[in-house]
Design a protein around this ligand. Structure first.
Ligand code: ADP
Length: 268
């Protein structure tokens, strides 16, 4: 029996996955904090308990994500770009392009038929096109981020959001609310504006099907719908697997390879 673990310390959320012989036995998502080492410990412990596995039985742990060097108990750390590719390939072997929208950056990742990284494009310089953009907009509209999906599907026409900058977009949203524009139209406009950003990043790399979406923002089916319409390609789903955990899953898969002494083309 081979037990491996992936711990993904993201800019916004921290995730852990425990694999037993390649099967996902425990997955946990929690908030990232100003103490990544402690957060890593807490979510890892929770995932171990969920999997019913003792820490001593874990053959290898890989840390990934923004805080991947801050996982004290990790045997090594690996780039989240590699991990999202591996995780997506495990869940959908036909996947060749992975669009990962997280809290603080967005990446378009190109992988081969074995799930290995070929190329990527990333936006980490600007909040527009990331989860942080949606969080700020939800806050200015005083709604939970999870409600944005329903508003998107309830809207007829989207209203136009003209500001390219998320700080200016926030004032624009407040003005639209004050002008009595219905919330669903504003939300649809915001999701379309986010997907325009992501689409221009995708064009830099080129999209090879099948295309999948990972990261916390992929939980919003409104974003998926807007992105499909913009890119004019279908986004394949993972049959119920949580897209936010794909990086941690990929890290656990790489950990299993490393435990077996099969490093493969791992970008660290
Ligand atoms: P990171 O690894 O950078 O922390 P994640 O992939 O864990 O990022 O995603 C976190 C982001 O996902 C946050 O910005 C959060 O607001 C967003 N998010 C989580 N759930 C939803 C949802 N249902 N709709 C839209 N965004 C969401």
């Amino acid at each position: 029996m081979l037990i491996s673990a992936g711990v993904d310390i993201g800019s916004t959320a921290s995730k852990a996955v425990i694999l037993v012989d390649g099967e996902n036995r425990g997955e946990v998502v929690g908030d990232s904090t100003t103490n990544p080492a402690k957060t890593a410990e807490t979510i890892y412990q929770a995932a171990l308990e969920l999997a019913g596995v003792s820490r001593d039985d874990v053959a290898y742990v890989v840390g990934t994500g923004y805080g991947r060097t801050q996982v004290p108990f990790a045997d090594s750390n690996v780039s989240e770009i590699t991990c999202h590719g591996r995780g997506a390939h495990y869940l959908l072997p036909a996947a060749r392009t992975v669009i990962d929208i997280g809290g603080q950056d967005t990446k378009v990742i190109s992988i081969d038929s074995g799930g290995n990284l070929l190329d990527f494009a990333m936006n980490d310089k600007c909040a527009a096109g990331t989860g942080r953009f949606l969080e700020a907009m939800a806050r200015s509209m005083a709604i939970p981020i999870e409600e944005m999906e329903q508003h998107y599907f309830d809207a007829g026409d989207a209203c136009m959001i003209t500001s390219m900058c998320s700080v200016f977009a926030e004032s624009e949203v407040i003005n639209l609310i004050n002008d009595g524009v219905p919330m669903p139209r504003i939300v649809k406009g915001l999701l379309k504006s986010l997907t325009n950003r992501v689409a221009s990043l995708s064009r830099r790399l080129g999209l090879i099907e099948e295309v999948v979406m990972t990261g916390g923002v992929a939980k919003n089916r409104g974003v998926c719908d807007a992105l499909e319409r913009k890119l004019k390609v279908p986004l394949r789903d993972f049959g119920g697997a949580d897209p936010q955990l794909v990086g941690a899953l990929g890290a656990a898969l790489v950990a299993a390879d490393l435990a077996r002494g099969e490093s493969g083309p791992v970008a660290t």
